[in-house]
Design a protein around this ligand. Sequence first.
Ligand code: OGA
Ligand code: NI
Length: 366
Amino acid sequence: MAASAPFLSLPSQASLTHTLPKRTSIKSLAELPGLTSMPPIYTFPTNANDQPFSDAKESIPTIDFSHLTSNNPDERSKVLQELGESCQDWGFFMVINHGVPESMMKAIIEACRGFFELTEEEKQEFEGKHVLDPIRCGTSFNVSVDKVLFWRDFLKVFQHPEFHSPNKPAAFSEIALEFSKRVRQVARIIVRGISESLGLEENYIDEALNLENGLQVLVANFYPPCPQPELALGLPPHSDHGLLTLLIQNEIRGLQVQHKGKWMNVNPIPNSFLANVGDHIEILSNGKYKSVLHRAVVNNKDTRISIAMPHGPALNAVVAPASKLQDHENNPPAYKAMKYKDYLELQQSSKLDGKSCLERIQDRTV
Ligand code: OGA
Ligand code: NI
């Protein structure tokens, strides 16, 4: 009977941040009045391999999407060549002239902001546990395995083959449905181009991996201002699962891409998509195209919102290097065949750590 303590004294900021439960949203932590330092669990150990970021003169290639659907054969073969080179040299490219209206891109970002601004109680309803839960929000990457937490809240919603949406905020569902449909069309045309650029039939990837039923996920990332941005990370270096991720963001920068061993800031062209090759294109291409490491850094002024949409095979599709891209003498299969769904579970079961998941299925027996 603790009747003698009617008043709880408000803990100091330091003790409060030490005692917050691990799954506290980063939004509510960032909003603590007068927050000047972070709980130590957000401090990232300095990584010896982490070369200093450099502003190289080289910049991420740009692909004119309208040329991929062009009837002009010269235009089309030129853009396929550029697409192949971008996948091989960078694994990252910007997509312009994609036809998705700017107003739709702004509306989906605002709908995601609206979701993160729901109360903690409202969001709790969507706190999923499993990687295959169709709607799942949370903080960091996977709080049950992350040793250091990332300065990021997320919402992940399956959009295809079945469409899902949180029922709040009210406008979310309609905008997400329309946006996802448009983005999926863009992604599938790029994947057809990638297939052709690898010397495969245009429809090879579509058919081999059953893209008619392919998985499309909307991943919204919320990175509020961080009091010690140089010590924290929004997302650690990682590659994406799936075939192709298309990403948009609000006007705040924070994405960095590894290129030739150096971290480069990405400065997106307004209204473009940032595209990157996922692990399953690396597998399918037998390592010719590599999924590339990228990470998100944070800042102490502005909230950054990004929406990444990975497009993958059908969950039950088994992904293996295309037989046309292997030969047993010079180019043996470099990866073991694996069901996409099993790969997702494998990635979620360990901490997000570079390309460690892909490395686990590299075939070293040949
Ligand atoms: C991701 C991702 C980067 C960003 O969600 O997989 O890499 O800029 N996001 O938010
Ligand atoms: Ni990513």
